[in-house]
Design a protein around this ligand. Structure first.
Ligand code: FNR
Length: 317
């Protein structure tokens, strides 16, 4: 019986090879967008970064009206994380942390509801840096490795991290080798340094250098400027020598980038998105934010302006 159970567990353990992945994106990667990405063809979806201490303030609750699992902030009743069965085997929770004990507590708290745990080691924003999280954690490689090691040893689901590159390929590889020694199952590499911004060219050569030299899957990230259709994803794979690609902005703008059959017009994407937002009772402010990010310049058109004036999910719809 034990053998049987462990075979089943092995079968459903998430694999990071040959995958097209929705990147973690604050405010964008909430449940409706993740489900939309999966329905369009993404293989794995990351949550937005969730901060450990905020998560630890929450209580887990099964929502039998929506059939979702909700982690509800006990101080103000907001939903920190909502998930459902449809994404259970494909959703990776990204954690913002700088502390082993807190990270482990969260990981154990959620491990039965998600398919993997990822530690954010790439965020260059002031909020993260001040808290010793994101790229600040990456700079403390020993501590970062130790957090990963503790998680790997104590949780039942795969552990990964998402990093930025360093100035040189050799420096990047040195840090990656340390992180990999923790036993993580994959590593997502955003091909920009901590000081580079989205408009800077992505260093596919450094991602490739690392991917050729380590034994776990490297998930290539940072290519959205050049990813305008599904074929471009394959080009990015070739340039980076990786079998898996993680997409952020291209999916934020038009989530149907995951469709093998080709992009849909944004009107269709907005409709598909709104259906899911209504079905899963997504907050009005988050729904509006995501639609605004799809509309971009079109917000200046009369229709766009009308949309901006909407206050409720009903009016948005
Ligand atoms: C991000 N990014 C990001 N990264 C991360 O590790 N955790 C996060 O929560 C976020 N949040 C976030 C929000 C938004 C709106 C954007 C546009 C980006 C960075 C993102 O995952 C990715 O690394 C970069 O955008 C580069 O990939 P693309 O955009 O070239 O595919």
């Amino acid at each position: 019986k034990i053998l049987y159970i462990s075979i089943i567990q092995c079968n459903i353990m998430l694999s990071y090879e040959n995958k097209i992945i929705l990147a973690p994106m604050v405010r964008v990667g909430t449940l409706p967008m993740r489900l939309l990405a999966l329905r369009y063809g993404a293989d794995i979806v990351y949550t937005e970064e969730l901060i450990d201490w905020k998560f630890l303030r929450s209580r887990r609750r099964y929502n039998d009206i929506l059939n979702t699992v909700d982690y509800v902030d006990q101080t103000d009743g907001t939903i920190i994380f909502r998930t459902c069965n449809e994404e259970k085997d494909k959703v990776v929770l990204q954690l913002g942390t700088s502390d082993t004990a807190r990270a482990l507590k969260v990981a154990k708290f959620v491990q039965n509801d998600v398919a993997g745990i990822d530690i954010n080691m790439g965020c260059p924003k002031e909020f993260s840096i001040k808290g010793g999280m994101g790229v600040a954690l990456l700079m403390q490689t020993e501590k970062a490795t130790s957090i990963l090691k503790t998680l790997v040893a104590n949780v039942t689901i795969p552990v990964t991290c998402k990093i930025r590159i360093f100035e040189t390929a050799e420096q990047t590889l040195k840090v990656v080798n340390s992180l990999v020694s923790s036993g993580i199952k994959a590593i997502a590499i955003h091909g920009r340094t901590k000081d580079e911004r989205p408009q800077h060219t992505v260093h596919t050569d450094i991602i490739k250098y690392v991917a050729e030299r380590i034994s776990i899957p490297v998930i290539a990230n940072g290519g959205s400027k050049e990813i305008e259709n599904h074929n471009d994803i394959n080009k990015f794979k070739q340039l980076t020598g990786c079998s898996s690609v993680m997409i952020a902005r291209a999916a934020e703008w038009n989530c149907s980038i995951f469709r093998k059959e080709g992009l849909l017009p944004i009107d269709d994407v907005i409709k598909d998105y709104l259906r899911l937002a209504v079905e899963y009772d997504n907050s009005q402010s988050n729904t509006k934010y995501c639609v605004q990010n799809i509309l971009r310049d079109l917000q200046e058109t009369p229709r766009g302006k009308q949309f901006l004036e909407s206050q409720t999910l009903d009016q948005i719809w």
